[in-house]
Ligand binder design. Sequence first.
Ligand SMILES: [Zn+2]
Ligand SMILES: [Zn+2]
Ligand SMILES: [Zn+2]
Length: 161
Amino acid sequence: MYTVSDRRNAIRPYVLSIQIDLKHNRPWRCEFCTKFARESVWMTSEWLQLKTPSMVSYVHLVCNSEIGECAQTLSAINSEMQSLAGAPPRPLPKLSRNGTKYPMAASCVNCNNEAKESRKHLKQCNRCKITRYCSTDCQRADWARHKVFCKTVKEVKWVWA
Ligand SMILES: [Zn+2]
Ligand SMILES: [Zn+2]
Ligand SMILES: [Zn+2]
């Protein structure tokens, strides 16, 4: 018999990968302005106690989730979602921002090379058709991280908004 917390532990590696792998899927623009998206923020609502457990993840692609107008809009949406779904908003883990930017959407998930020429020929992972790599070397180097997402992603029902 699985408990809710067993189930939560089982999906955790997958959930942590969503925000990374999805961001490196398409040349997303910020959903609030026209800049390139550099960050993804996700929120989930879970129904893990059900016989057929399910989880809905909302993934927001934004230019900046901490500073500026888009960050404020995002935070307002998060609060609204929280009051509707009872799910706490989950911000990105704080990396050391110190002037450094998060890698651009659709850059190689492994080396994060943002050069235009490098982003032109990126291939998606053969298995999941989601995550992009500039080379087989980068794909191989990222496999330990990517494999959980790659293997479970078939079960996901996508709603692109
Ligand atoms: Zn923006
Ligand atoms: Zn690469
Ligand atoms: Zn894959």
